[in-house]
Design a protein around this ligand. Sequence first.
Ligand SMILES: NC(=O)c1ccc[n+]([C@@H]2O[C@H](COP(=O)([O-])OP(=O)(O)OC[C@H]3O[C@@H](n4cnc5c(N)ncnc54)[C@H](O)[C@@H]3O)[C@@H](O)[C@H]2O)c1
Ligand SMILES: O=c1ccn([C@@H]2O[C@H](COP(=O)(O)OP(=O)(O)O[C@H]3O[C@H](CO)[C@@H](O)[C@H](O)[C@H]3O)[C@@H](O)[C@H]2O)c(=O)[nH]1
Length: 438
Amino acid sequence: MTLRVSVIGTSYLGATHAAGMAEFGHEVIGIDIDEDKVKVLNAGQSHIFEVGLEPLLEKHTATGRLRFTTDYTQIADWADVHFLALGTPSQANGAADLSQLHAAVESLAPLLTEPCLVVGKSTVPVGTAMALEARIRGLAPAGDAVEVAWNPEFLREAYAVEDTLHPDRLVFGTHSRHALEVLDEVYALPISDRTPVVRCDIATAELIKVAANSFLATKISFINAMAQMCQAAGGDVTLLADAIGFDNRIGREFLNAGLGFGGGCLPKDIAALAYRADELGVNVLSDFIHAVEAINDGQRTEIADLAIEQAGGDVTGKRIAVLGAAFKPGTDDTRNSPALTVADRLHAAGADVRIYDPEARLPPREGFTQVASVEQAMLGAEVVLHLTEWPEFRQLDPEKFADLVKAKVLIDARLKLHAPTWRNAGWKVVQIGRAATM
Ligand SMILES: NC(=O)c1ccc[n+]([C@@H]2O[C@H](COP(=O)([O-])OP(=O)(O)OC[C@H]3O[C@@H](n4cnc5c(N)ncnc54)[C@H](O)[C@@H]3O)[C@@H](O)[C@H]2O)c1
Ligand SMILES: O=c1ccn([C@@H]2O[C@H](COP(=O)(O)OP(=O)(O)O[C@H]3O[C@H](CO)[C@@H](O)[C@H](O)[C@H]3O)[C@@H](O)[C@H]2O)c(=O)[nH]1
């Protein structure tokens, strides 16, 4: 059955979800307070770099099945289901900032005179959904005929469309039979695709999401701690990860050692879980998460220190080439990017940092210069840092850059370049957790 669906917030999550809902056959209106985004999306274009998103936007805006607006009156009583896809960034103390969700609810709820379902997709601290439901029911003329459910989202940037159309699993957190039936209807297509569906209470749904991200972060910090161990003992962390990854109970994914995790999700979500755990007196969980965070922060410091060491202990006035600015390949997103933390540290230490990324566009900022090619980044560099593992960096021919750089020193912080090829071309290659002979 075709439903009328609104998606509130149209960034990495919301724009993809809106396009996905249209692909599932629903009539969709996306809403955002950012007029520029709405304009671009209505033209069938994407305001972010995400493979496969633009063709979907183009296809469904062309038929009118998918539209975007800034006007809440257009969605309020029109939609059967309102999805909340607002940002939930970190506050300085680590707690989730829920102000975007609150503002959206203040705009939407007073306009709701008909029964409808409001479904949260944003990642939130446990307890948020029920508090939002009370607030909405208090403001909405429809009162208790408005219900809240939570359907957390697990899409990865760079695979957002694929993950939306073919999710690994769906989680429906509800407190009524009716809400469950509506969610079953919304996702009728992927469900028929044999996607596992976890039907649970709302608190469990909120917690599943942060548990998933915390577990992923834990795997990365564990392997980075093992990289330190390999470094100290002369072992090879990549072979170690391959070997333990063959065990199905462990799995090879998220065991890539290097610069650690960043982005708009993992760091803020685990910080918010630690904060909420402390609020609820579950200190054993917050202590655990703080250890994961400390290892992750340590990787960034280690790589910046290594660059300074390789430059002879002082980078003042020295040129450093940074390959990669996005928090991972396949996206233009630089939120909490490990690469930028390292670049910032080197700038603060006095270096002249030249940074190249195939997709991420940095706003002009003091400290480093974004350049348009690898060659420009390498020109005159005394150390080259590989910080985001874009596939194109693996194709680089080290011979080609030998005369451009001032010193042939490469720090491969993602352990993804073929070190023997670089060494054969006369480069010194440093990889944390891998012996220099690898
Ligand atoms: N980015 C991801 O890959 C991803 C994946 C799964 C879950 N999530 C979660 O989904 C949520 C959204 O993530 P994001 O990365 O898209 O966030 P974001 O901060 O990039 O986007 C939020 C969007 O909401 C808009 N907005 C703010 N206030 C509004 C209002 N009052 N009314 C309408 N629109 C408003 C903003 O203009 C922006 O476009 C977060 O909770 C995040 O943790 C994100
Ligand atoms: O073995 C690995 C795998 C990843 N990373 C880093 O970890 C970070 C996060 O990567 P990834 O999880 O792929 O990125 P996101 O797109 O932020 O996706 C995460 O965050 C989303 C928002 O909550 C969730 O929906 C996804 O399921 C979850 O994977 C990046 O900086 C990666 O470079 C590593 O260092 N080693």
